[in-house]
Design a protein around this ligand. Structure first.
Ligand code: FAD
Length: 321
């Protein structure tokens, strides 16, 4: 059965977030040959439209309005409801980002639909669409099908392979002049704490430090390794609690959930709460002085040794590649 599916693209710091392309790829599977319409909000929406088409969107609908330059659930909710009224989609895909986690359940409730959140795979099997999502902090996966209503989905960043970018793809870009009523909250400015570097939740490589890093200065070798690998630096709560780094770097049950291609855990013991945020990484490398450390149970490669010796050696070797 073919469906019309819309996806909400996210712009951050002047670029489209990669999860926007992953949402399009998921929408393609859900659409089963139907149309995938990407939605872009904000005054400069038009300028990002072609990129979404190159990554597989059949059409782009923009709502260009200065009230949508910053995310508010009120403004984005109104704009998306206008798009939903006009497009009447059978499926809606968001990134499982702060925005998607906030907005998708609200809209699903408005449409009296369910929501399959944090999806890591979508496939067609036996005439059903099957959504896979991790449960119990990543210790198990459940497979779900949707039997009724609009299919609302959020996709976890870094899991759904994006379609190959193809500049030969073309599609219509239209603007919907939705009436956005006065907002209850107005965002005047967004000041970011960590303005530089790769976004942790979308990073393909993460070099994470724990209490074993011993100080804020101890993170420097990790930053150098992350830079050489084009990755981001993360941390355990142990390191954050000790004041070695900012809480925005925390990975785990009460921090960020990440699934990079490569996760290098340095001086992290592997507490269950930390594993909850990273154990689904594709390849895990652990560096720890203690050969009995729990982190080695989830690691694909383990290095028993002092991180202050091992990490600089890795950096030197990777520089040669
Ligand atoms: P430690 O457990 O102290 O481990 C440090 C490791 O470094 C040790 O294994 C040691 O052998 C090694 N080491 C020391 N020196 C070196 C060296 N020179 N070279 C190599 N290795 C060395 N934790 C999280 O990470 N994320 C969360 O989201 C989170 N949420 C939590 C929620 C709750 C409700 C609770 C109760 C706890 C939570 N925690 C979380 C905390 C968690 O239980 C652990 O306390 C924390 O993960 C430990 O951090 P750590 O591994 O850095 O420190």
């Amino acid at each position: 059965m073919s469906r019309k599916v819309i996806t909400l693209a996210e712009i951050r710091d002047g670029s489209l977030r990669n999860v926007s392309f992953e949402a399009i790829a998921a929408a393609k599977t859900i659409a089963q040959g139907g149309e995938v319409v990407a939605v872009l909000l904000g005054e400069s929406a038009q300028s990002y439209a072609n990129e979404l088409i190159y990554y597989g969107a059949d059409r782009v609908v923009t709502v260009e309005n200065e009230k949508l330059n910053h995310y508010t659930s009120d403004g984005y909710g109104q704009a998306l409801m206008a798009v939903i009224d006009s497009e009447k989609p059978e499926g809606i895909v968001f990134g499982h980002t702060a925005l998607g986690k906030d907005l998708a359940p609200k809209l699903a409730t408005k449409l009296n639909s369910g929501l399959v959140s944090d999806v890591v795979a979508v496939e067609e099997a036996g005439g059903n669409l099957v959504f896979t999502r991790p449960i119990y902090s990543g210790k198990a996966f459940e497979k779900k099908i949707v039997t009724d209503g609009v299919i609302f989905v959020t996709v976890r960043p870094n899991n759904i392979p994006v379609l190959e970018r193809d500049e030969a793809r073309s599609g219509n870009v239209t603007n919907l002049s939705a009436n956005i009523k006065d907002l209850r909250t107005i965002v005047k400015e967004v000041v970011r704490k960590t303005a530089e570097g790769v976004d942790l939740s979308e990073a393909k490589v993460i070099v994470a430090g724990g209490r074993g890093v011993k100080s804020a200065d101890g993170f420097k070798p990790l930053q150098e390794l992350a830079e050489v690998l084009g990755g981001a630096v993360g941390a355990s709560r142990g390191a954050c609690d000790a004041g070695y780094c900012d809480y925005s770097l925390q990975i785990g049950q009460t921090g960020k959930v990440v699934t990079p291609d490569l996760y290098i855990a340095c001086g992290i013991s592997g507490a269950i709460q930390h594993l909850a945020g990273m154990s689904n990484s594709k390849v895990i490398v652990a560096i720890n002085k203690d050969s009995e450390a729990n982190i080695f149970k989830v690691a694909d490669y383990g290095i028993v040794g002092d991180l202050f010796e091992v990490v600089p050696l890795l950096t030197e070797e990777f520089k040669k590649l």
